[in-house]
Design a binder for this molecule. Structure first.
Ligand SMILES: Cc1ncc(COP(=O)(O)O)c(C=O)c1O
Length: 400
């Protein structure tokens, strides 16, 4: 049998600390490795596999599109792109969309749009205020936007034009606002930064400040969008409307796609101002259209609220049971378990042995982001495995 992990070690750039598992097949919330072992997948492709693995609706849409027309370039009109654009706009507070290939690229486009707006309407203002502990992507500009030194330090000097301030701190945004500021960019719940939930009223207060100062409010919903937190978009839970919103991850349930959405007033790109060769190609958009249509027609966001509450209850019980669980938090089907010490890797390994895939977010934090189609019995199965895994790690801690 081919040892794929050895081959990878020889040929692939070593930038991800991978779980020692070669996955070859998926169905629903389950995946199988190259030895035929089955796992319950609570990583979900890093919050990407909205409909789970190989959902028949998605598979059929993508196969049909692959047999019909895969790519044309944006020189031409294509039907899947227009259909997905219409469905997104008709179901959000934004007026126009542009498709790209990833979250980072969507955020780059959003910042370009804000700078263009600054040139046209704010006397050339170009600076974007972002939050500490945020995550906006890996390109050079998005590394500067991402307020985490570990992502920034290897790549200094940073791209200018970003101010990173404390999350949940309106005063910090006010203090960082200068005549050069054109926008504030935030996640409505910080995913990679630790599953950090905003304080009640924070996002609404930021919106008020932006309106008062004429700044654009950009929401990065790359991780929170598409029903993940229990509404189609997280902004809907805060009584606010962003001027610009970015999407990617769960938008096409696994096909690479990103999107920049903007209100008409912020939609200031002119002909030739922005572009993408692959962005919005028929294959990715057919996947996005099938995904969004399924989410809407089946009210998956409501299902996420119910199943997410069941998960939250179970996580709270785990916290009561295990003294080394210091916090459990989340929204919908995006959750984190925090520990009093750096045992996340051990918890991930113990879950793996028991057939559950979870994600190490930090040395002391494990994250859960299963497909949105899971049901309460999948959650019960995951909780039972987590409980066993935590018992094992707890025994080890006591032995030390
Ligand atoms: C909130 C947020 N923004 C941007 C990104 C970057 O997306 P991508 O990895 O598709 O470039 C991520 C990825 O985790 C994210 O969670």
């Amino acid at each position: 049998m081919v040892n794929w992990q050895q081959l990878e070690a020889k040929y692939y750039m070593q930038v991800v600390a991978r779980t020692p598992l070669t996955l070859v097949r998926g169905q629903g919330a389950r995946v199988w490795d190259d030895n035929g072992r089955e796992y319950l997948d609570f990583v979900g492709g890093w919050a990407v596999d909205s409909l789970g693995h190989c959902h028949p609706v998605l598979t059929q849409a993508v196969c049909e599109q692959a047999k019909t027309l895969i790519h044309t370039s944006n020189q031409f009109y294509t039907i899947p792109q227009t259909k997905l654009a219409e469905l997104l706009i008709e179901n959000s507070c934004l007026d126009r969309v542009f498709f790209c290939n990833s979250g980072t690229e969507a955020n780059e486009g959003a910042v370009k749009l804000a700078r263009r707006y600054g040139k046209l309407h704010l006397d050339g203002a170009y600076e974007v205020i972002t939050a500490l502990n945020s995550f906006h992507g890996r390109t050079l500009a998005m590394v500067a936007a991402t307020g985490q030194p570990k992502f920034q330090e290897p790549y200094t000097p940073l791209t200018p034009g970003f101010a990173n301030v404390r999350y949940n701190d309106l005063k910090a945004i006010k203090l960082a606002t200068t005549p050069q500021t054109c926008a504030v960019m935030l996640e409505p719940l910080q995913g990679e930064g630790g599953v950090n939930i905003p304080d009640e009223g924070y996002l609404a207060a930021v919106q008020d400040w932006c309106r008062k100062k004429g700044l654009l409010l950009i929401l990065d919903e790359i991780q929170t969008g598409m029903g993940r937190t229990g509404t189609l978009f997280a902004y809907q839970q805060h009584g606010i409307e962003p001027d610009i919103m970015t999407l990617a991850k769960g938008l096409a349930s696994g096909l690479p796609i990103g999107a920049i959405l903007a209100k008409e007033k912020a939609s200031v790109f002119g002909l030739g101002d922005h572009g993408s060769t692959f962005g919005g190609n028929p294959l990715a958009c057919a996947g996005g259209y099938a995904t969004l249509k399924f989410i809407l027609e089946n009210d998956l966001a409501a299902q996420v609220r119910g199943v997410g509450e069941h998960l939250a209850c179970g996580l709270r019980e785990l916290k009561q049971t295990f003294a080394f669980v210091s916090d459990v938090r989340g929204k919908g089907l995006l959750a984190a378990i925090e520990f009093t010490s750096d045992v996340a890797a051990e918890v991930v390994a113990a879950c793996l042995e028991e057939g559950l895939l979870v994600n190490k977010l930090k040395a002391n934090v494990v994250r859960l982001m299963p497909p949105l189609i899971i049901n309460t019995s999948d959650v019960d199965e995951a909780l039972a495995i987590l409980s066993k895994a935590l018992s094992r790690v707890s025994d080890k801690l006591e032995d030390k």
